[in-house]
Design a protein around this ligand. Structure first.
Ligand code: TXA
Ligand code: MG
Length: 346
């Protein structure tokens, strides 16, 4: 049985946090909001607890988990050493949507790292997440709280849809702010490398680091290149419908989208369109959802996963999604859209 409790994200009720923390301490699973997406948490130091996460999500065994901490003190137990370049990054971006890859200690279970010698760690900036970690007095392993392969959950109804009956508790703390997962940055090698673009942009990182690269596997859709981040190799964020991304100047996007719409509609398919404030009234069809404002791409990032799930509810066959410029948060938005589209861009 899954207990669902509502907690105020601005001012978490400590009695309720303690109840959730007790579940974590006893080896159970709790889904909780972070500033990026909802996570499914368990004691990061207990194999049996971690096993429950993999089972509930149906997650491939070799895909490692991120450990969430609420204070820098917790790092020492988990990592072999802290590279010099980590300090200014932690100073600037923690708590926040940046996951750092460190060399791990033996305390970190193999179950978390998928046997890798490294471990992914982040300090989330959400009140509920921070309080939950603090009162558990434990580091908390937490992947996104969705069924493996589905879009990450950005509100509690998504978590309930995917995990009800499979976890011990779901905390309803409203909608997450960023709506896309954290940036995963490998700082263990010579050049800091982004394994997954996310809430902290490359432009943000370059204010602190002289050089940052993207993992080659992100740049190329070639399946021959094995991503350094195991999670990036799986088809991900996928709605039931087929997704097609449309790129170009705004006028071009509108024209291409309407052409695609006519093509699929004439075949008797139900077509959904992910539009923006600037374009929605130029499109044909009735299943049009506005993701946000093209001039404020963070609004599009915040609603993307929710819209993919809405179109699943509407049982559309095809989703046509307006692409965005690949800078700032746009890089993460396009990464998630490409995965949902399995690379299909026109
Ligand atoms: O925003 C987030 O990061 C959310 C919230 C809940 O914190 N969590 C999240 O976790 O997105 P998950 O499990 O869905 O994604 C973790 C990603 C995967 O792509 C995984 O392969 C990668 O991080 N990862 C974990 N440990 C790693 C490691 N040691 N080396 C390389 N990549 C790693
Ligand atoms: Mg995930």
């Amino acid at each position: 049985d899954t207990k669902i409790i509502k907690i105020n994200p601005h001012n978490p009720e400590i009695e309720k946090i303690k109840e959730a923390a007790e579940i974590i301490k006893n080896g159970g699973t709790v889904a909780f909001p972070t500033e990026t997406v909802y996570g499914l948490g368990a004691n990061a130091l207990a194999d049996k607890a971690i096993e429950k996460i993999f089972l509930a999500k149906g997650r491939p065994q070799d895909n490692p988990l991120i450990i969430h901490i609420s204070s820098i003190d917790q790092l020492n137990n988990l990592v072999e050493s802290i590279p010099d370049r980590a300090y200014p990054l932690m100073d600037r971006f923690w708590p926040g949507p940046l996951t750092l890859i460190f060399n791990r200690t033996k305390i970190v279970p193999d179950r978390i790292t998928g046997g890798l010698s490294t471990v992914a760690i982040r300090m989330p900036s959400h009140n509920i997440a921070l309080e939950l970690i603090k009162y558990s007095e434990l580091p908390i392993a937490a992947p996104s709280a969705n069924t493996s392969g589905k879009p990450s959950p950005t509100n509690s109804s998504h978590v309930i849809h995917d995990l009800l009956g499979k976890v011990d508790m779901i905390i309803d703390g409203g909608s997450t702010g960023i709506g896309l997962e954290s940036t995963v940055l490998d700082i263990s090698g010579e050049i800091p490398t982004i394994l997954r673009p996310g809430g902290v942009t490359i432009e943000d990182l370059l204010t602190i680091l002289p050089k940052v690269e993207y993992d080659k596997a992100l740049e190329i859709t070639d399946r021959e290149i094995v991503p350094k981040s195991p999670g990036q190799k799986y088809k991900h964020y996928s709605p039931d419908a087929r997704l097609i991304i449309v790129k170009g100047e705004v006028d071009e996007i509108i024209q291409k989208t309407n052409n695609l719409y006519s093509k699929y509609e004439s075949k008797g398919m139900k077509v959904g369109i992910i539009a923006t404030k600037q374009t929605y009234d130029k499109y044909r069809g009735k299943n049009i959802i506005i993701a946000g404002d093209r001039n404020m791409p963070e609004t599009i990032g915040a609603s993307l996963f929710n819209i993919l799930r809405e179109f699943d509810e509407l049982k559309v066959d095809i989703i046509i999604a307006e692409g965005v410029e690949e800078k700032g948060i746009g890089k993460a938005i396009m990464n998630r859209m490409r995965k949902a589209a399995d690379g299909k861009v026109v």
